[in-house]
Ligand binder design. Sequence first.
Ligand SMILES: Cc1cc2nc3c(=O)[nH]c(=O)nc-3n(C[C@H](O)[C@H](O)[C@H](O)COP(=O)(O)OP(=O)(O)OC[C@H]3O[C@@H](n4cnc5c(N)ncnc54)[C@H](O)[C@@H]3O)c2cc1C
Ligand SMILES: NC(=O)c1ccc[n+]([C@@H]2O[C@H](COP(=O)([O-])OP(=O)(O)OC[C@H]3O[C@@H](n4cnc5c(N)ncnc54)[C@H](O)[C@@H]3O)[C@@H](O)[C@H]2O)c1
Length: 489
Amino acid sequence: MNQATDEYDVVVLGAGPVGENLADRTRAAGLSTVIVERELVGGECSYWACVPSKALLRPVLARAEARHVPGLRQAVGGPLAAADVLAHRDEEVGDWKDDGQISWLESAGIDLVRGHGRLVGPRRVAVTPAVGPDGADASGGEERILTARHAVAVCTGTRAALPDLPGIAEARPWTSREATSSGTVPKRLIIIGGGVVASEMATAWNGLGSRVTVLVRGSGLLGRIEPFAGELVAETLKEAGVEIRTGTSVKGLARPGGAEGPVTVTLESGERLEADEVLFATGRAPHTAELGLETVGLEPGGWLTVDETCRVRDVSDGWLYAAGDVNHKVLLTHQGKYQARIAGAAIGARARGAERLDTGRWGEYATTADEAAVPQVVFTDPEVAAVGLTAEQAEAEGRNIRVVDYDMGHVEGAVLYADGYRGRARMVVDLDRGHPIGVTFVGPGVSELLHSATVAVAGEVPVERLWHAVPSFPTISEVWLRLLETYRG
Ligand SMILES: Cc1cc2nc3c(=O)[nH]c(=O)nc-3n(C[C@H](O)[C@H](O)[C@H](O)COP(=O)(O)OP(=O)(O)OC[C@H]3O[C@@H](n4cnc5c(N)ncnc54)[C@H](O)[C@@H]3O)c2cc1C
Ligand SMILES: NC(=O)c1ccc[n+]([C@@H]2O[C@H](COP(=O)([O-])OP(=O)(O)OC[C@H]3O[C@@H](n4cnc5c(N)ncnc54)[C@H](O)[C@@H]3O)[C@@H](O)[C@H]2O)c1
């Protein structure tokens, strides 16, 4: 194999949203930057995760809301036009082609090398030909060595983690990839898992016409969020016809009739369930097994542990960074992009010779929000929007807290938004610090409310000052006023 060598200031591995943002920031800092991608520029998020899932969910949620608006509900009683929804999803992912993203890379002055990248010693990356999504060798056939004067940033993301169950390979289960890219609606779909992917995909495919059964190992949905959120989502899913079985474990799978035949799932109890497809929504595993980590003294296959600037710990000279899903701090696109902005700026500052960076709490070069103020919207019916700590997490940290709950069905803006509005809000206040450290909303239309809570939590806005942040009448945001009134008594 031929070998070509190129030198850059920064080499970024993985062109998902995080790699793209990191490369953008190092370019903005005046550093020559190359990005290596083995599949599609734009990453999992653009083609098999955030974007297609939300394209599938939008009509489902819009219809659910419209069904609660008097005068409108009669117009939206029928089924969704599934073929149109799937076609729109295909458009949103650019038919799984990355031309648009490539022109953006060019406009930003970032070089692209297609292929599988792996470390071959400190500051050195080998890129080997990768098979592109259309089956073609996408790298031009030669191995390239890229050397980095200042930094290598690993932004290689994750893949779906599958449990080791008898028959799982032969059963060819769906992962998040098939669940977000399927061109047909299965008649019967079993979903294994009770987290975010399971809840969103149950909402989407049930809305598109599948008969959905969700098998949850634990006691309910959305275990990392305030319990009332998962409870209301489960209640609404059940009302929409989804079967949810909690405390249920799977012990094996089979697809005896081959690819076209149904799949059988055997439960620990011995009961067998049949479906046309089975989706495993059982978490993520990092893309670090074939990254050459052993050549720089790190264990391959695990999550990369980083400091507050996203610099990988235990690598001498501090030239290796890891941002986004791969460092396991927070598996969310917006938070990975936040890490990318901070890591990119830190790489730039260090390349300019800065000796001490402000990495203190909320400092310019510290990813403090990863610990204190992570926002997340779950696009279920109803939506869930949460930032910061749950009451349980705050108590586990030993915080002196007060928890304030409010039934959003009593907020005039919510009453006008949807007939029979069901929703709840919770604010967790740190009594020693005097500001909210966690806020959770569940209810129709709450996603756009979340940023107000994120500003309050990240800004550490005192409760007394929030009293002067007047929400408009009659919006759902008046829930803030009700929470504050309840807090004050
Ligand atoms: C179904 C689903 C829905 C989601 N919805 C949301 C949502 O609504 N909002 C949200 O914030 N988050 C959502 N997420 C999470 C989100 O997708 C991830 O947090 C995000 O994609 C992480 O970005 P990343 O750039 O770190 O990794 P990725 O998006 O995974 O990108 C990594 C890139 O690196 C490439 N790569 C890997 N190894 C190599 C290598 N050795 N050489 C070259 N290239 C390599 C991959 O091909 C890929 O393009 C969702 C996840 C799933 C599964
Ligand atoms: N809207 C959003 O923000 C959004 C949407 C989708 C995904 N995501 C992100 O993607 C990540 C992955 O989502 P996910 O739902 O796959 O993971 P998750 O960690 O949220 O949930 C995994 C679920 O699978 C269960 N599970 C794990 N192993 C199992 C097994 N062997 N058998 C049965 N159940 C098992 C867990 O108990 C849990 O309920 C999340 O961290 C999430 O932040 C975000």
